[in-house]
Write a protein that binds this ligand. Structure first.
Ligand code: PYC
Length: 306
């Protein structure tokens, strides 16, 4: 029998399940070799933490280990049921709130992710400002035929993951349209990948906000087919990069992006020679500290595989 202790949190509604390296060690002298080891172990060791019956597919995992880069608090690897993510904004905010729950005082920390070092400022027990990796637009005005939805135009941008961002969603971005938004964004993901952007692994569509003062409301399809309950930290970073590239938003001016469930992030950017450095501010709460049990004779020991 195997026991693994996890700490769960949600960031603006989006779940994170954190696991320490003591439970699942990843040997390696740097984050790249640790990621290789993670990829080797993913199917049998990490994926079962996210799947039913112990979780569900929207949960993002966060492996937290000792730092292999100078001046960093931890190495971090985020993952969802399809494998490792580059970065994860909601996950970083969730980890900081979890570390605060475990006794970390407010302050500023660096975390070493597979796509670069990020800075996270813990403002209190729950509120965190994430200064993300350099984000930039990769392509403007990419038009693709999306089946019954017709011709759809959007930008491709990097915010720690690769996004296809569609400014005016053909499906109104409202919670009652979840099924249609899922169908549309899945079709758009397939179309944009086929059109020469195979690395796109998130689709982010926008519509008018319900929240007073918010810039827009988004729906974000994540790899694996689940949607982000938060406004997506890396997605908001990609959006800030596009707004900056179009001169639609000046540096250091905060905007609010509302999520499909009505939660929000505040985001702004600083200029960088290769794009922008986004800052994303949001709030997370710990929801559970649990010991997962994997009994040897449990047919669902590795989770329900579809
Ligand atoms: O907040 O960056 C994010 C994120 C990526 C996937 C789910 N959340």
């Amino acid at each position: 029998m195997r026991e693994i202790t996890c700490i769960d949190s949600h960031t603006e509604g989006e779940p994170t399940r954190m696991v320490w390296e003591d439970a699942l060690p990843l040997p390696g002298a740097n984050i790249a070799t640790r990621l290789e080891e993670f990829n080797r172990q993913f199917e049998m060791q990490f994926l079962p933490l996210l799947l039913e019956p112990r979780a569900f597919e929207a949960v993002v995992g966060a492996w937290v280990g000792s730092p292999t880069a100078p001046d960093c608090l931890h190495d971090i690897i985020f993952f969802n049921p399809t494998g490792a993510l580059g970065m994860c904004g909601h996950g970083t905010i969730g980890i900081l709130a979890t570390l605060a729950f475990e006794g970390l005082p407010p302050g500023e920390h660096q975390l070493n992710s597979p796509v670069g070092i990020v800075n996270a400022r813990l403002l209190d027990g729950h509120r965190v400002q994430l200064r993300n990796v350099v984000s930039y637009r990769m392509a403007k005005g990419v038009s693709v035929e999306v089946g019954e939805f017709g011709l759809v135009t959007g930008d491709v941008a990097w915010g720690g993951n690769t996004f296809f961002l569609v400014e005016n969603s053909p499906i109104p971005v409202q919670i009652e349209n979840l099924n249609e938004l899922e169908d549309f964004t899945k079709a758009a993901m397939a179309a944009v990948r086929q059109a020469g952007y195979p690395d796109v692994n998130h689709v982010e569509v926008f519509g008018p906000a319900n929240m007073e003062g918010a810039y827009a409301k988004n729906y974000v399809l994540c790899p694996g087919g689940e949607y982000d309950r938060s406004p997506c930290g890396t997605g908001t970073s990609a959006k800030l990069a596009c707004l900056a590239a179009d001169d639609k938003l000046a540096p250091e001016i905060p905007i609010i992006i509302e999520s499909i469930i009505g939660t929000s992030y505040r985001g702004w950017y600083s200029k960088h020679p290769d794009g922008v450095i986004p800052t994303i501010e949001g709030t997370a709460y710990v929801t559970a500290k649990s010991t997962l049990i994997f009994e040897d004779d449990d047919p669902m020991r590795v989770g329900i595989r579809k």
